[in-house]
Write a protein that binds this ligand. Sequence first.
Ligand SMILES: Cc1cc2nc3c(=O)[nH]c(=O)nc-3n(C[C@H](O)[C@H](O)[C@H](O)COP(=O)(O)OP(=O)(O)OC[C@H]3O[C@@H](n4cnc5c(N)ncnc54)[C@H](O)[C@@H]3O)c2cc1C
Length: 402
Amino acid sequence: MDFRLSERQRQFVEETDRLAREAFAPRADRWDRAAEYPAENVERLHEAGYLGMTIPEAYGGQERSLLDVVLAIEQISKYCAVTGRVVVDTNVGALGAVMAYGTDRQRDLLADRILNEADKPAIAMTEPGAGSDLGGLATTARKEGDEYVIDGHKHWITGGSVSRTYFVFANLVGEDGTDRGIGGLLVDADAPGFEVRAVEDAMGVRGTPEGELVFEGCRVPAERVVVDDPENGFKKLMQAYNAQRVCATAVALGIAQGAHDLAVEFMTEREAFDGTISDLQGPRWEMAEAEMHLQAARLLLYRAAANARELPNNVMLPRRTDTSVVKAHGADVAFEVVNDALQMFGARGYSKDYPLERMLRDVRMFKIGGGTTEVQLNGIADAIFGADDERRVQLADFADDR
Ligand SMILES: Cc1cc2nc3c(=O)[nH]c(=O)nc-3n(C[C@H](O)[C@H](O)[C@H](O)COP(=O)(O)OP(=O)(O)OC[C@H]3O[C@@H](n4cnc5c(N)ncnc54)[C@H](O)[C@@H]3O)c2cc1C
C-alpha cells in the first residue's frame, strides 16, 4: 500500500492548479450569474489536453489513469466547479461505457468528437417518472430494420443543450416485440425526432445546463446501440457509471478544498478582538475538524480511483461499494466543509460579492445528482447485510482482490 503520488502526478497537480487559478478562477462567478456554459474554458481545457485524457493511445488519447483524472478535477473545481464537471463528462461517463462495451467504430466516433470537437457527451438516464428507481424507465428504443426508434422523455440531463452526443438509457425492444431490458444508445443532437425542450433554472452549478429531452419517433442507426444485453445490460451500465460518480465526488471535494483555502486566507486577515479570527480557538478547531474530514474523504476517493477494476481500452471501473462510500461520504463532507467555510466569513459569506454562497449552492447538488446519498446508503447497507461472497471483498479487502 503506497499513499504517495508519483513525482509526475505531483507536477501535474501543480500545473493544473496554476492553470485553473489563473484562467478559470477569475470568471467562475460569470457562468453562475449568467447561467452560461463556459465555452472559453472548455477551449482552454481542450488545448491543454484535459479532454479525453483517459482515451487509449490507439484512439488518439493519452491513456491516463482514473486517479490522474480525479487529481485534475479536484484542482480545477477548487476554482470553478462547472469547468471541473466538463473534465468529468469528457473522461468517464458515456466515454467509459463506450470504451468498455462499444464497437471500434463507436469508440472512434466518441474519441474523435471529444478530442477534435471538444464535445462533452451527456448521459441521459433520469426521467420524470424514474429517478432513483431507474428500473422504472419508460423510454423505449424499438428496432425497425437497420434503425432504432426512440420514444421517451428525460430531464435533469447535464449538458442538455450544449452536448453533441447523448448516451441514452432506454428499454430496448426487438423487431419481433421482445423485451431486451435496459440498454444504451448514442444519439446525436441533430437526430430527427430529438429535441432539448427546456433547461432547468437550477440552484447551483448553473454554467452546465440541465436539459429536458424529448424523443418522439427519434431514429438512430442500429449501429449506435452500445449496450444490448437482456441479462446484464443494466448492470453493465451501472458499473460504467461508477467512474462518473467517483469523478463527481472529486468535483465536490475540490469545491470544499477551495472554500477551505479561502476561509484560511480570510481568517488570517480579518481583525477582531486584538488579533485575527484565525487566533480564536473556536474557529481554529472548526477548521481543524474540516481539515480532518477533507483528508479522510480524499483518501477514500483516491482509493476508489486507484483500486478500480481495469478492462481493455483503459476502462477503469471503480468497485460498487467503494463508489457508494466515496459518494455518500464525500458529498456530506464537502457540503459541511463549504458551509463551515462560509460561516468563517460572517455576513460576507452570505453575500453574492464573495464566492462562498455560490460554492455552497454548487456543492449541494452532490447529495442528489448521480444517485442520491440515500440510494448510496442503500447500496452500502446491501453490502453489509448481503450474503454474497463479494461482501467480504467489498468491505474489508483493499488489496488486489478485484
Ligand atoms: C444538478 C443535477 C445534475 C444531474 N445530472 C444528471 C444527468 O446528467 N443525467 C441523468 O440521467 N440524471 C441527472 N440528474 C438526475 C439525478 O440523477 C436524479 O435527480 C437522482 O437520481 C434522484 O432522482 P429524483 O430526482 O427523481 O428523486 P427521487 O428518486 O424521486 O427521490 C426523492 C427522494 O426520495 C429518496 N429515495 C428514493 N428512493 C429511495 C430509496 N429506495 N431509499 C431511500 N430513499 C429513497 C431520494 O434519496 C430522494 O431524497 C441530475 C440531477 C441534478 C440535481
